[in-house]
Design a protein around this ligand. Structure first.
Ligand code: ATP
Ligand code: MG
Length: 681
């Protein structure tokens, strides 16, 4: 076992090594929450406080669950159950069902949409796709919030509903009836959770058996737990409190499903003896990225905004985030592809690059541009890796080989795998042609995954490897592929890349139109989504939007309001004091030198700075430069100081419109500059 707690900082260590019992980590993006809980599990097991089979770790996606098992595996710990709420409930319900319902058959329903359609039709309600989707959304919200059909109309009074609330309630009731057929009871995903909680709540035999089995619980992304999931968690725990939760209220992005950060924020009220740890050091991103993230979330308003934590970027400095606008979407996509090409040329691996957008429909234009540029990509939520034809063939091939060489292990095993995959298309070099290349890419990913597993478990033989691959397939945990990722912001939660492109940042897309219509609370959720996007980047961060959809289309789109006050809008008619027509504001002559352009006046025209302001700024700059051990001009140039003295900005926002001052400067020095200027107002 190799649990090296030196991989954690002192705050993380406190959380990881806290005694058994309630622990909450409330911390911002990239501060190592997921890493810390993984180490906590490993530590509890390593020290003999818990045995692997008695730990249940809940994560938000199958992928995250797989990642956690993988990381634990690398520390030599196997057998921990890491699953989503749904996957865990499905497994438990399968096991306990005979005790709950005897031999009454049940099945997981996979046609919710058509059932809601039938329910709506039977009630004479419009059955166009959009209406059904909205009705289904309401039913899902109600179930996740523990509202039965009878209670719906009252609880939905302040909601924007696709039909009058009592009509939605009827559809909901009808849907529940339609699920059950002569073939058996139909359960949707939410029912799995409901029945699991019910089984534990109503049967002491089941509760006892379960609680004997699972004793330690860990929940990641706890800010996005629904009341229904919380009920399952409470049922799992019973009277016990061996629970570790981690989350970031500022990353609450699933409120529309009924999720709420309340449980996270009220954790220490529920468990007054809980160990509560806050983390601020951000190990994921450069200070340039964390500064921007702080600014984005700093503008949040409303309830959750009170939980602000300031991220402190721990990585070495990197490039400033960039912001670009384009005439139309295809141009935006081509420019993004071009930038990706230069990153690849610089040596950034393709799997370390992501293009993130608000809704899946935005991906098509970017897919096209990447394909045109010959850049391999995968769309998250696309076809499942383990379902691909070449991967299924490869696994069957490995099964055949295992019949004669099942005990091959170590380095030889890696060779055996490569030899088995070669006839299927895994050549030494990447082939030409899109299809052959795609096939090659997935086979290569499988070979690399096998190698990684062999290295992690030195005594693994081919039979064991096949078992591990099957586990990954069952957990829907594909290997990281050598391709650029395209994903929605929602799907990007918890993940990280060296380079992130946040695209399509228009008002109407982020925040999305229906959020704008719904009001401030929904707009705040969209802002958090933007914050999630920004904090996915380790080093390179690009923002872009297009003014029109089509080439030659009407340029009627505006950039996202979330950029206001963070970066100057080159397309807006500015009302700043800096003249746009680069002419001297004193004599009106065109400005020639860079200094004159920064100042907005000829260098020899009189300055209108107040007495002593420039000198005070210079003194402040000297002190700051000395303290930070950098040359003075790195803080601000003389021309910028003079421009500040003349413009006398009154807020950070106003300061951004002074030439030579970008968001990073404002973040680093803005407050101090305002303080200096304050003395002269
Ligand atoms: P999110 O809120 O986005 O889910 P998180 O708080 O879960 O973020 P992690 O994903 O655990 O953050 O960590 C972010 C990155 O920082 C990871 O690459 C992780 O390995 C690294 N990291 C975390 N803690 C440390 C540390 N003490 N030293 C070095 N790297 C660290
Ligand atoms: Mg995380």
């Amino acid at each position: 076992m190799s649990v090296d707690l030196r991989d954690l900082d002192s705050d993380q260590l406190q959380a990881a090594t806290a005694p058994r019992g309630p622990v909450a980590i409330l911390a911002g993006a990239g501060t190592g929450k997921t890493r810390t809980i993984t180490y906590r599990i490993a530590h509890l097991i390593d020290q003999g406080f818990a045995s692997p089979g008695r730990v249940l770790a809940v994560t938000f996606t199958n992928r995250a669950a797989g990642e956690m098992r993988h990381r634990l595996g690398l520390m030599g710990i196997g057998g921990v159950q890491a699953r989503t709420f749904h996957a865990a409930a499905l497994r438990q319900l399968r096991y306990f069902w005979p005790q709950v319902a005897g031999d009454l058959p049940w099945r997981l329903i996979d046609n919710k949409f058509s059932l809601v359609g039938r329910a709506a039709r039977s009630l004479g309600i419009a059955t166009d796709t959009e209406n059904i989707r909205d009705l289904l959304g309401e039913i899902e919200w109600a179930k996740a919030t523990l509202i039965a059909p009878d209670g719906y109309a009252e609880r939905a009074q302040n909601r924007k509903t696709p039909e009058p609330p009592d009509k939605v309630a009827e559809v909901y009731r009808r849907y529940e009836e339609l699920k059950t057929t002569p073939e058996g009871i139909g359960l949707d995903f939410d029912d799995l959770l409901l029945h699991t909680a019910g089984a534990l709540e109503n049967s002491s035999a089941i509760a006892e058996e379960f609680r004997e089995q699972y004793r330690t619980f860990v929940v990641d992304e706890y800010q996005d737990v629904t009341p229904l999931q919380q009920r399952v968690l409470d049922a799992w725990l019973g009277e016990r409190d061996d629970l570790t939760v981690v989350g970031d209220a500022n990353q609450t992005i699933y409120s529309f499903t009924g999720a709420t950060p309340d449980y996270l924020l009220n954790f220490s009220r529920k468990y007054p003896h809980a160990t509560v740890v806050k983390l601020q050091r951000d190990y994921r991103s450069t200070p340039q990225v964390t500064n921007l993230a702080n600014e984005v979330i700093g503008k949040a308003t409303g309830r959750v905004a009170g939980t602000r934590l300031k991220l402190q970027g721990m990585r070495p400095a990197g490039p400033d985030p960039e912001f670009d606008s384009y005439e139309d979407e295809p141009s935006e996509a081509r420019a993004v592809a071009g930038r990706i090409r230069s990153l690849l040329d610089k040596g950034v691996p393709a799997h370390e690059i992501a293009v993130l957008y608000r809704i899946n429909a935005q991906s098509a234009t970017f897919e096209q541009a990447l394909a045109d540029a010959g850049i391999v990509y995968q769309v998250r939520g696309g076809e499942e890796f383990f379902q691909r034809a070449e991967i299924r063939q490869a696994i069957s091939q490995l099964v055949r080989v295992a019949q004669i060489d099942g005990l091959a292990g170590g380095e030889r095993l890696t060779k055996v795998v490569a030899a088995a995959l070669a006839p299927l298309g895994l050549t030494d070099t990447e082939p030409e042609g899109a299809q052959a290349r795609e096939r090659w890419q997935s086979l290569k990913a499988l070979a690399e995954l096998s190698e990684e597993l062999v290295v992690a478990t030195p005594d693994l033989d081919l039979n064991g490897l096949l078992r591990k691959l099957q586990e990954r397939a069952a957990a829907k945990h594909p290997p990281t592929m050598e391709g650029v990722t395209l994903a929605s912001l929602h799907a990007a939660k918890g993940l990280e890349w060296d380079a992130v492109f946040l695209v399509g940042l228009t008002d109407g897309m982020l925040p999305i139109t229906h959020a704008i219509k719904a009001g401030q609370e929904q707009i705040e959720e969209e802002r958090r989504l933007f914050y999630v996007g920004v904090t996915r980047a380790r080093e390179y961060l690009y923002h872009s939007y297009a003014k029109a959809r089509q080439e030659g289309g009407r340029a009627n789109r505006k950039r996202s309001r979330f950029l206001d006050g963070i970066v100057a809008d080159p397309d807006a008619v500015t009302t700043s004091r800096r003249p746009r027509t680069q002419r001297c504001r004193v004599c009106g002559k065109p400005l020639e030198t860079p200094t004159a352009k920064v100042l907005g006046r000829c260098e020899d025209c009189p300055s209108d700075a107040g007495e002593g302001v420039f000198e005070a700024l210079r003194q402040w700059r000297l002190a700051t430069a000395t303290e930070n051990q950098v040359p003075a001009y790195i803080v601000f140039t003389d021309a910028t100081l003079m421009a500040l003295a003349e413009a006398m900005p009154e807020s950070l926002e106003e300061m951004l419109s002074v030439s030579g001052i970008g968001p990073v400067k404002v973040q680093n020095f803005g407050e101090e500059v305002l303080e200096v200027l304050e003395q002269f107002r």
